[in-house]
Write a protein that binds this ligand. Structure first.
Ligand SMILES: NC(=O)c1ccc[n+]([C@@H]2O[C@H](COP(=O)([O-])OP(=O)(O)OC[C@H]3O[C@@H](n4cnc5c(N)ncnc54)[C@H](O)[C@@H]3O)[C@@H](O)[C@H]2O)c1
Ligand SMILES: O=C(O)C[C@H](O)C(=O)O
Ligand SMILES: [Mg+2]
Length: 521
């Protein structure tokens, strides 16, 4: 379905055409001497030719041999590849992934030009390191891995100071900000300030996949405390050791930050990332009409899932609105699951013009099972998707996933529950029996261990004829007889760089649902 290398190449050639007309080159450097070597934006390390060493006061500060960019590139790749040779067992995999992240991160801290060159050229190999799934492991181990700060940190203790703090950022212009409060990092929960790895990884993807200028991106952590007791008790935790702010106190911190950002860079686009559900929805509602922002977990995910669903129903020979033949079960009623449902239902309304019946193909479960109109304390955001229990014989509120699959006989099972393994053997076998000509499984939760099932499990239990996509990358599955079970990736990284780039190039004032529908299509 998606090929990351081709995707990046096509984005880059388009964005290069644009940026080559606006980036001034050559680059004028105000710094001199050692300050240049300590600035990753301009450092060429041993690559400075002798004439530049003379002009920039670098003579004597570097070993005499000039090592070309190509030689530096080859040397880095050799070190990187040598780490792979050390993998002897499965249990080494995460150590090797972390070691790879470390050397990439050190390069990022030293020489951004070389870092982004190797990243762009090797995006398929490097994305799982600087982004999902390894970035999750990095956030979990951040206090030990931390060497140099990247991005900006605004904490609850900075209240009243943010307007002046924003001017501490060294770049004159910022186009794209990715902001988190660390409260729901992938499926790993509240990682507090250590969640900064996520905005950094997302913005690396903006540079690699959308060609954004790396000097105009800004990862931001809003530290409003953490409810993760292990972190609060950890003497090496890098954030505020206090419970999260709530209610108006919380919102006043976000408001102050946004006001500061928009005062200095009125046209900056802000991507909200990995906020727990209540704040994801609340902030989206609060800001979406006021400036150019979007919530990646709600809207970016929805766009990618809808693109996948449209492709899947085509492969199944149907259309998304083909009720009762087409039935889609969504597992997880959080920010991502509800975002996907709301966008998929909007797509059906666009097809049929009928808002009343548009949700009938979709079934929604949360941790307490199937959501019906009988559910007590139904979240207002989920009301539109709660089912009438009488719709299908025997369907009841709270039915387990297995019961739902047996009764509904869905064509698509889409997981955004954050719980590894909920698409277990019984569920996958029941899907196989559903009678669908080409059942589809989207195990979209991250990182890998939180995926609803693995690719191997899906092909083994649900059959070789399935469509499979996952949030974290899996290898294709060898099925025997030379056949291959293809694995697609359904991760919002296929959309957010395009949303940001599109908003930037078009000068959009706000990001609308229609734009996201168009992007998904
Ligand atoms: N692939 C992607 O691009 C992508 C994008 C966004 C989120 N995600 C992943 O989706 C997951 C959920 O994110 P979120 O922001 O919606 O989280 P959330 O905490 O807002 O929602 C989780 C939902 O899952 C439900 N749930 C928990 N256990 C369940 C179970 N056993 N069975 C059924 N439902 C269960 C909860 O009741 C809740 O409704 C995370 O792992 C995240 O990494 C993936
Ligand atoms: O970060 C990702 O890989 C996708 C998504 O934004 C998530 O929160 O899981
Ligand atoms: Mg996210």
């Amino acid at each position: 379905m998606w090929n990351l290398t081709k995707f990046v190449a096509s984005r880059l050639s388009r964005s290069r055409r644009f940026f080559s007309s606006v980036i001034p080159r050559p680059c004028i450097i105000q710094k001199r001497g050692a300050d240049i070597l300590h600035d990753p934006w301009i450092n060429k390390e041993t690559g400075f030719p002798l004439t530049e060493r003379n002009r920039l006061g670098l003579r004597g500060l570097l070993p005499p041999r000039v090592i070309s960019f190509e030689q530096q590139y080859a040397r880095f790749m050799e070190s990187y590849r040598s780490l792979e040779k050390n993998t002897v067992s499965e249990s080494d995999t995460s150590h090797v992934a972390l070691a790879k992240w470390r050397i990439l991160n050190r390069l990022h801290d030293r020489n951004e030009t070389l870092y982004f060159r190797v990243l762009i050229d090797n995006i398929k190999d490097f994305a799982p390191i600087i982004y999902t799934p390894t970035v999750g492991l990095v956030c979990q181990n951040y206090s030990g891995l931390f060497r140099r700060p990247r991005g900006m940190y605004f904490s609850a203790k900075d209240k009243g100071e943010m307007m002046s703090m924003i001017y501490n950022w060294p770049a004159q212009k910022v186009d794209m900000i990715v902001l988190t409060d660390g409260s729901r990092i992938l499926g790993l929960g509240d990682l507090g300030v250590h969640g900064i790895g996520i905005p950094i990884g997302k913005l690396d993807m903006y540079v690699a996949a959308a060609g954004l200028n790396p000097q105009r991106i800004l990862p931001v952590m809003l530290d409003v405390g953490t409810n993760n007791l292990k972190l609060i008790e950890d003497p090496l935790y890098l954030g505020l050791r206090q419970p999260r702010l709530e209610g108006e106190e919380y919102l006043s911190i976000i408001d102050e930050f946004i006001e500061a950002v928009l005062t200095r860079w009125p046209k900056a686009i802000v991507q909200f990332e990995d906020f727990q559900m209540k704040w994801a929805f609340e902030t989206l509602k609060r800001y979406r009409e006021r400036f150019c922002m979007f919530n990646d977990d709600v809207q970016g995910t929805a766009g990618v899932a809808l693109a996948g669903l449209l492709g899947t129903v085509r492969a199944q020979g149907r259309s998304l609105d083909d009720f009762p033949n087409q039935k889609i079960v969504v597992v997880g009623a959080g920010s991502a699951g509800l975002g996907v449902l709301s966008m998929a239902v909007q797509a059906v309304v666009r097809m049929t013009g009928n808002a009343e019946t548009a949700a009938q193909n979709f079934f929604l479960l949360d941790k307490d099972g199937l959501l019906t109109k009988e559910r007590k304390n139904l979240d207002p955001a989920a009301v539109a998707f709660a089912k009438d229990p009488g719709l299908i014989a025997g369907l009841r509120d709270g039915d387990s996933l297995l019961e739902v699959v047996k009764k509904v006989k869905p064509d698509v099972l889409l997981g955004l529950s954050g719980v590894g393994g909920v698409f277990n053997e019984e569920v996958l076998k029941a899907l196989r029996e559903s009678g669908s000509n080409r059942p589809a499984i989207f195990a979209m939760s991250n990182p890998t261990m939180n995926a609803e099932c693995t690719a191997v499990e899906a092909f083994k239990h649900a059959g070789e004829n399935i469509v499979f996509a996952s949030g974290s990358p899996f290898e294709n599955v060898q099925l025997g007889n030379g056949k291959v079970g293809y694995v697609n990736q359904a991760n919002n990284m296929y959309l957010f760089p395009g949303i940001g780039l599109g908003a930037l190039l078009s000068g959009a004032r706000i990001i609308t649902d229609d734009m996201l529908q168009a992007a998904a299509e």
